[in-house]
Structures are given as structure tokens and as C-alpha cells.
Design a protein around this ligand. Structure first.
Ligand code: AKG
Length: 284
């Protein structure tokens, strides 16, 4: 299956402006009917297959709370289709607006310079308490991390939909987990939900036990340490097939140099990309 312009609903300028405004004020937005049906079905099928073929779900560091959640980690390592869906025009504009470093310099100004930080498929189990994923709470217009959620199932209050506290991204505070007033984000398969990672968010408990598969892509500004070492973990066969912007998105243009003998900049451009993943990790 090839991801093309037809895979996503075209978002006109007025709708884009509305979504950007909602993100600024409420900290989240929902884009209805964004992914085409065939693509959503294909992604769901691949996620389900990956879930059943995983050898081990008890990865080191996985907390007790997660026991009932269903997760497929690091989608970028499993299938290039998951990488291809991350580059549509709408999300690119939203992410450039919010995460681009205007002083990057090593890439053309109009191009993205943000990176992927974490990319999982998730179906809710137990309630997930309100939290932030920006690590640091800070009020103000600038954020440095955002989550893009591709819904592959309908999400309802009974199958563990996302919950959010509108405007909390501007509070400058870590989440208050005792808060009882929040908004349930109900949405349909094919919808996209985007939030500022400073937003207080979580999920309801999945009480009806039906699946609520969603792909959750966390993006950040290039200078934020990613949750996974995405460049180092990427299989060579997938790396070989990537375009230059995809390599940049996965972090290959912002790997810190080992010493000054390698380089003195953390940022690089397309000219500095190397033929294989292993080439980035040879001691220089
Ligand atoms: O699954 C969701 O809707 C939210 C997940 C979440 O907040 C997280 O994984 O940090």
C-alpha cells in the first residue's frame, strides 16, 4: 500500500487556521475523517499482526499500571508504512508552526526540522491518570513537543478514550490527578487528534474491553532528547528506503557528535547524511 495525497483528507487553509487556533487556546484539536478508510483498515491490520507476533510484552521498565494496556512499541522499526503516514501536508504544517527551530540554518527555512521522539500503537486498558509528556510544564506560546494520534478504532468513554483538561498546557504546572472535571475526547476511526504535550491528558478505563487502537506519534523540536534512540534502533533495510526528509524526521540530522574530531555542531543538513545506520556510530 502506497501512502499518497488521497490517503488523507485535504485540509484547506481556513480549517488549518482553526485547528492551529484551537491548539493555541485549548491545547488540543480533533480533525474529523482525516485518514482514508482503506489506509485506516490497513494500519489496523498491521498493528494487530504485530501485536500477536511480538515475543515478549514484559519489556524492562514497563510499569504495573500498564498491565492491561495493549502496546506495540517503536512502529518506525517494524514497517516503513508507519513512517510514510507521518508526512502529510496538514501535520507537517502544524508541526512546523509549533516545533520548528527558526534558527536551524542547516536545512532550508521552509522545511521541517523537528524530530520523532516516540511512536507506539496503543489500546487502552486501565485508566491512565492525567499527565504531561513534555517533562517540563511551562506557560507561554512556545511548546517543544506534540502528540499526533491516528485513530484506527472508534474511541468512546467506555473503551478508554483520551481525556484532556482544555487550556492546561498554559498552566505552567504538572497535572493535578485529583481533578474530576475534564473533557472526554470521543472520536471515530480515521479521525486525528493532536495535542500540545504540555496538556494534562490521560485516558478513561477501558470498561467494555473492545479495542481502541491508536497510533501515537510524539514529535519534538530537534534539540529535545527523544524517548527512544530512534536513529540507533532503526533497521538498515528500512533506513535504505527512506527519503532525506524522513531521515531527518527520524533524527539522523541531529545526532550529537562523539567528540570535536567528528564535528562541533549537533545540527546537520542533508549533505551530512551517511549511507548506513552503522556509519553514524563508528568512533571518530
Ligand atoms: O492513548 C491515549 O489516548 C493517550 C496515551 C497517553 O497519554 C500516553 O501514552 O502518554
Amino acid at each position: 500500500l502506497i501512502v499518497s495525497e488521497c490517503s488523507f483528507r485535504k485540509i484547506e487553509q481556513d480549517e488549518l487556521n482553526e485547528k492551529l487556533r484551537e491548539l493555541r487556546i485549548y491545547g488540543y484539536t480533533i480533525v474529523k475523517e482525516f485518514i482514508s478508510n482503506p489506509l485506516a483498515e490497513e494500519l489496523l491490520e498491521r498493528v494487530k499482526k504485530l501485536e500477536t507476533t511480538r515475543e515478549n510484552t514484559q519489556f524492562l521498565g514497563r510499569p504495573e499500571r500498564d498491565a492491561a494496556d495493549r502496546l506495540v512499541y517503536n512502529l518506525q522499526n517494524k514497517d516503513k508504512l508507519f513512517i510514510d503516514i507521518l508526512e502529510d501536508e496538514f501535520t507537517k504544517k502544524v508541526l512546523i508552526e509549533n516545533l520548528n527551530d527558526p534558527y536551524y540554518r542547516f536545512l532550508p527555512e521552509s522545511e521541517p526540522n523537528y524530530i520523532l521522539s516516540y511512536f507506539n500503537a496503543r489500546s487502552s486498558g486501565s485508566r491512565l491518570d492525567l499527565h504531561i509528556d513534555s517533562y517540563l510544564p511551562a506557560p507561554g506560546e512556545k511548546t517543544w513537543a506534540m502528540q499526533i494520534v491516528y485513530l484506527l478504532d472508534d474511541m468512546t468513554e467506555s473503551n478508554g478514550c483520551t481525556i484532556v483538561v482544555p487550556g492546561s498546557h498554559l498552566s505552567g504546572r504538572y497535572s493535578d490527578r485529583d481533578l474530576t472535571k475534564f473533557v472526554s475526547v470521543t472520536a471515530k476511526r480515521g479521525d486525528l487528534v493532536v495535542w500540545d504535550s504540555r496538556l494534562w491528558h490521560g485516558t478513561h478505563e477501558n470498561v467494555d474491553k473492545s479495542s481502541r487502537w491508536a497510533l501515537i506519534a510524539t514529535f519534538s523540536s530537534w534539540w529535545v532528547k527523544p524517548s527512544m534512540d530512534i536513529p540507533r534502533g532503526l533497521p538498515e533495510e528500512i533506513y535504505k528506503q527512506l527519503t532525506l526528509p524522513q531521515k531527518r524526521m527520524l533524527g539522523f540530522c541531529s545526532i550529537p557528535p562523539v567528540t570535536e574530531n567528528e564535528r562541533i555542531n549537533t545540527k546537520t543538513g542533508y549533505d551530512d547524511l551517511l549511507p548506513c545506520v552503522a556509519d553514524y556510530y563508528r568512533f571518530k
